[in-house]
Design a protein around this ligand. Sequence first.
Ligand code: FES
Length: 163
Amino acid sequence: MSNKDEGRPGEGLRAITRRRFFQTAGFSACGIAAVGAAALGENFLEPRALFEPPTRFLLGAPESITPGAVYLEEAHQVYVMRFAEGFRALSAVCTHLGCITRYQPDDKCIACPCHGSRFSLDGEVLEGPAPRPLPWLRVELTASGRIAVNTAEEVALGTVFKL
Ligand code: FES
């Protein structure tokens, strides 16, 4: 071997090192990009659905509700009432800003603790600022003889259900 073929000492070694450095850097950048894309892809594929509780809930048998009683089902924020003409269910959520109302047995009305709205047992607004009556909801009798209320299904005001 002659000195002509070898070039300057260390020249070939530097070129290989530089090439390898750029190859390694390039592969590393591609690897990091691939991992990032995979993480984003997995995040994208995850469902974004919000799981809400069921809108339909069951109570006991119709006989379990005393005639004239106003029963607040706390978990679903619904009043269930039994009168001579039938059953009714009203939302307990105030139509002003969404506070939960309370039945006032002494005044036979429903009152909102937040801004003072008052509703009749028909849900009509007696005093504002609530802009609308309390919504009435569908009441059904299940095959097993229990009362079912669906908070997602409004009915016309004054709709009572014979169970
Ligand atoms: S939220 Fe009921 S009166 Fe304002």
